[in-house]
Design a protein around this ligand. Structure first.
Ligand code: GRF
Length: 198
């Protein structure tokens, strides 16, 4: 069985979509851990309900950033995943983790990258920017993670029309529905190809 590790910072609806897909047999994997950068987030409750081990690794627990980086890397190494999924994880992934796990870390972002990516473009801010720009289309992107926010190579996108009466909130909701379909689909594809830790 392939091993998935999920990193999340928020409500974890994408994490839940992954767990549901595993339950339905759509993703041939087991989720071996949820790593969070903060305590008491919705994703942790979802993990607890599913009996998945939770590891909180917060920057604030460490005096030195190097100690934080080492702890995160050590935890991921210990879980030995075939794929690492950032599902609403807000903290930047340390360079040492990206190097060690290059090509094995994916992220979901609620825009059609490269548009509306990078620092500051998270949560509702992404959709506010799309509405303010008057775009007629938005969507979501799953991409590989590199050393900077939202710049790694795109794996797959889903498109959502922006209608004249859409608000940032309505757009966010419509895109989230597509995220819940796209992320499990990409995970399944990646795991089913000859994709495992070399
Ligand atoms: C999603 O919109 C995702 O694209 C972004 O953060 C949000 C997380 O939502 N990276 P949730 O915690 O999965 O509900």
């Amino acid at each position: 069985m392939k091993r998935l590790v999920v990193l999340a910072s928020g409500s974890g609806s994408n994490f839940q979509a992954i767990l549901n897909a595993i339950d339905h047999g759509d993703i041939p994997a087991v989720c071996v851990g949820l790593i969070s950068d903060r305590p008491q987030i919705g994703a942790m409750e979802r993990a607890a309900n599913a009996g998945i081990p939770v590891f909180v690794i917060a920057r604030s627990q460490f005096d030195e950033i190097s100690a934080y980086n080492t702890a995160l890397l050590a935890q991921i190494d210990a879980l030995n995943p075939d794929l690492i999924v950032l599902a609403g994880y807000l903290k930047k992934i340390p360079e040492a983790v990206v190097k060690q796990w290059s090509g094995k870390i994916i992220n979901i972002h609620p825009s059609l990258l490269p548009k509306y990516g990078g620092k500051g473009f998270h949560g509702i801010h992404v959709h506010e920017a799309v509405i303010a720009a008057g775009d007629t289309e938005s969507g979501c992107t799953v991409h590989f993670v590199d050393e900077t926010y939202d710049t790694g190579s795109v794996i797959e996108q889903a498109r959502v029309p922006v209608l004249p009466d859409d608000t940032a909130e309505s757009l966010q909701q419509k895109i989230l529905i597509q995220e819940h379909l796209l992320l499990p689909k990409v995970i399944r594809k990646l795991l089913q190809s000859s994709y495992s830790r070399s």
